[in-house]
Design a binder for this molecule. Structure first.
Ligand SMILES: CC(C)(COP(=O)(O)OP(=O)(O)OC[C@H]1O[C@@H](n2cnc3c(N)ncnc32)[C@H](O)[C@@H]1OP(=O)(O)O)[C@@H](O)C(=O)NCCC(=O)NCCS
Length: 387
């Protein structure tokens, strides 16, 4: 197996982007990443696309070949990867595996979703299909509902208060103020989160990530080839994926994800690192409770402490371990298939000192955690500053 580098990043603005297709969005993000890396069209050996549902959102299935088509990469192999909200993370992971395995030398890992074509109720229904249809969706469970059950369980088991959850949203909205690509540029307060409209008790509007359009891309090459290209390289130290039951009722606990624990543990073992070695993290905060559970399950904090440390500022941009400096899914936005790629974009840019006004000083090792469904798929990456 070869060591792997990421040498270029690109992403579109996230938000309601109006009359544009996901194919156009990926093309824009991919060209930015290729330009950043200094790779030419002829260099690209393969494309991966993380996308949940071009069929429902855009009446377009078989979206993968559309990307090389629009990029002018004639006949280049292109593969769509779908794992609910973890589609983007898996697109990056499969790109890394293809390069590590020696099958390709230059791979474009992309992800996108064009969600705002449909009204909220239709989006909610489409997303709910990523939960268990037999035991959950058919009985009315939606993702806000599923995460509300987890929030309630965490509250009952560990005393995690609405204010602690709200602190996740306040932090991530503050971080997004310095991210020009973020959907929201609006600071909020704990009172505003707690008193905003109820979506699924106990989760309010500001506990939820929004409905978003957007795309992101990174260029993946063998580590040994990194100096052939312009973009400063970041080294892939490890990646790991885990799966769990589709249905929540099959799990012994609702206060965390075994998948996050396993994927993070395996990623740490493969990289020969520990949580204390990580300088910066992007986690899957589709709902505020998800960030709290992620930072506990990844081993940064003891189970039950995630809410309190967030309220205390430990995960702020200038805190002990900055979490979701990009604004996270909560405030940067959550275009499903793009989100996992955008996490890797943020960590790569931070490790290359290219994160602009939100740059965290002295970061050498960063990590991502991307979640699909009710945590039924998790994928983690650990990246290191290059030379
Ligand atoms: C929370 C949610 C239901 C709100 O949708 P909605 O009620 O249709 O909201 P609207 O689009 O009508 O927006 C109403 C206002 O709230 C804002 N808003 C919408 N969603 C928001 C969010 N998640 N956070 C903060 N503000 C939000 C809008 O910008 C708008 O503000 P404005 O009036 O100042 O323009 C929707 O964002 C949602 O379903 N989120 C979860 C998505 C999801 O499940 N993703 C997968 C996770 S696993």
């Amino acid at each position: 197996m070869r060591d792997v580098a990421i040498i270029g990043t690109g992403m579109t603005k996230f938000g309601n982007l109006g009359r544009v297709t996901s194919r156009e969005l990926v093309t824009s993000a991919a060209l930015e990443a290729m330009n950043d890396a200094g790779v030419e069209r002829g260099d690209i050996d393969a494309v991966y696309l993380g996308e949940l549902s071009g069929d429902i959102f855009e009446h377009q299935m078989h979206a993968a070949p559309g990307i090389p088509d629009y990029l002018g990469l004639e006949n280049t192999p292109s593969t769509r990867v779908e794992a609910a909200c973890a589609s983007g993370g898996l697109s990056v992971m499969h790109s890394i595996m293809a390069v590590a395995g020696g099958f390709y030398d230059v791979v474009l890992a992309t992800g996108a979703e064009k969600m705002t074509n449909l009204p909220t109720a239709h989006v909610t229904e489409a997303l709910s299909m990523c939960a268990d249809d037999i035991y959950e969706v058919s009985l009315g469970v939606t993702f806000p509902g599923a995460f509300a059950m987890m929030a309630r369980a965490h509250e009952m088991e560990y005393g995690t208060t609405p204010e602690m959850r709200a602190a996740v949203a306040v932090k991530n909205h503050k971080n997004a103020m310095d991210n020009p690509n973020a959907q929201f540029h609006k600071e909020i307060t704990i009172e505003k989160v707690v008193n905003s409209i109820m979506v699924a008790d106990p989760l309010t509007l500001y506990d939820c990530s929004p409905i978003t359009d957007g795309a992101a891309a990174v260029v993946v090459v063998p580590w040994e080839d990194r100096h052939k290209y312009e973009g400063p390289a970041v080294k892939v130290r490890s990646f790991a994926q885990a799966s769990d039951t589709m249905s929540l009722h099959d799990r012994p606990v609702l206060t965390g994800f075994k998948t996050t624990q396993i994927a993070a543990r395996n990623a740490f073992e493969r990289a020969q690192l520990q949580p204390k070695d990580i300088d910066i993290v992007e986690v899957h905060d589709c709902f505020t409770i998800a960030e709290i559970m992620a930072i506990e399950d990844m081993g940064f904090f003891k189970k039950g402490e995630g809410g309190k440390v967030t309220l205390d500022g430990v995960t702020a941009r200038d805190g002990q371990i900055p979490v979701n400096v990009s604004g996270g899914l909560k405030a940067k936005g959550h275009p499903i298939g793009a989100s996992g790629v955008a996490q890797v974009v943020e960590i790569t840019n931070q490790l290359r000192d290219r994160a602009g006004p939100r740059q965290v000083p002295d970061v050498n090792i960063g990590m991502t955690q991307n979640l699909g469904g009710s945590g039924s798929t998790i994928v983690c990456h650990i990246l290191e500053r290059g030379d």
